[in-house]
Design a protein around this ligand. Structure first.
Ligand code: UT7
Length: 325
């Protein structure tokens, strides 16, 4: 069966942190952050709020928008790189229980900012195979807990939030293609050095080594090309041109990444949705949050051709081709 997105929802923490506020924590300025990234503010989770809390609320909103009861869900796929607990249990299982989704399997997808497009592709494949008929795909992140607040190169870039979609079997067109890639040679350009099985957390370990470390320029260059390669691959595989596409919903990491990809490939920039100004980079949550904002702004019409593009740690990238509605 084909699979379609039948509902979308989000949850962002109420606390908003502006660039001016950040400039009191590290040596930065609103002018630098906005001109280099397009970010004005981000939402920050309270100390006791974890990925499952935001993910649960986004899931409930998506189920409400689809008119689906939790018991109807076959599978919960949670894309996150900020799970409630390190390595186990899957945060998806915590959401499954709190949602009352008693018939659903649950697993986390750990490909950082590419997580949502990997999740959407996996959901479509499960439904295409006949194994599932209703899947929740959630992206939920609380990067405020893992960023190094003393590192101005990275801490200004991220925000917290969650977005979710319900994916259901349909007879019409829906998610018709997915491309997924990994360039593992770039693994150490965006990672948390300490706390995994390579290097464990000893009392002597400096705290900053347990936090996110990023080679910004390297990731930037990768990201620009990842957008172009993903869009070109999807267009080519489906006999489309960029003129056939109504919206490209790329991961919101930096407006300059999107603008540079458009300039290099000659894409019309107005088909690329941008909302990073208000959220910063919410990693796996940025694409479903964008889809939700687009729905609320009346930008997504039935039959619209949409390409999603994710890219991030791994390094990973990929995208989906969807007919909306
Ligand atoms: O989801 C994927 C996650 N990661 C990304 O998408 C990140 C991709 N990379 C980027 O978006 C950009 O590379 C950054 C926004 C991280 C950096 O922008 P840039 O234009 O590449 O700046 P830069 O790293 O080349 O730094 C330029 C200058 C440096 O000063 P000097 O050496 O020229 O004196 C930095 O120290 O800007 C300085 N700088 C800052 N200044 C004020 C770096 N961060 C800041 C800051 N505030 N927050």
């Amino acid at each position: 069966m084909p699979a379609r997105v039948s509902g979308v929802g989000t949850s962002v923490p109420p606390r908003v942190m502006t660039n001016d506020e950040l400039s009191k924590i590290v040596d930065t300025s609103d002018e630098w952050i906005f001109s280099h990234t397009g970010i004005k503010s981000r939402h920050i989770a309270a100390d006791d709020v974890a990925a499952s809390d935001l993910g649960l609320e986004a899931a409930q909103a998506a189920l409400g928008s689809a008119g689906v009861e939790p018991e109807s869900i076959d599978m919960i796929l949670l894309a996150t790189s900020t799970p409630d607990y390190p390595s186990m249990p899957a945060t998806a299982s915590i959401i499954q229980d709190r949602l009352g989704a008693g018939n659903a399997g649950a697993m986390d997808i750990s490909v950082a900012c590419s997580g949502f497009v990997y999740g959407l592709g996996t959901a479509a494949a499960f439904i295409n195979s006949g194994q599932s008929s209703c899947i929740l795909v959630i992206g939920s992140e609380v990067y405020s807990k893992i960023i190094n607040w003393a590192d101005r190169n990275s801490c200004v870039l991220f925000g917290d939030g969650a977005g979710a979609v319900v994916v259901q079997a349909t007879t019409d067109a829906g998610i018709s293609d997915t491309v997924l890639h990994s360039v593992g040679s770039g693994a150490l350009s965006l990672y948390r050095p300490v706390g995994g099985s390579r290097e464990s957390c000893l009392p002597s370990t400096p705290d900053s080594r347990t936090k996110l470390h990023m080679e910004g320029r390297q990731v930037y260059n990768f990201a620009v090309q990842a957008i172009i390669d993903t869009v070109e691959e999807i267009l080519g595989r489906n006999n489309l041109t960029i003129a056939d596409v109504n919206h490209v919903v790329a991961h919101q990491a930096n407006v300059r990444i999107i603008d540079a990809a458009c300039k290099r490939a000659g894409y019309p920039s107005d088909i690329f949705f941008k909302n990073i100004e208000h959220y910063a980079n919410t990693s796996a949550a940025s694409i479903p949050i964008a889809l939700n904002d687009m729905e609320q702004q009346g930008l997504l019409g039935p039959g619209d051709t949409v390409i999603t593009v994710g890219f991030g740690a791994g390094l990973t990238y990929g995208g989906n081709l969807l007919t909306w509605g």
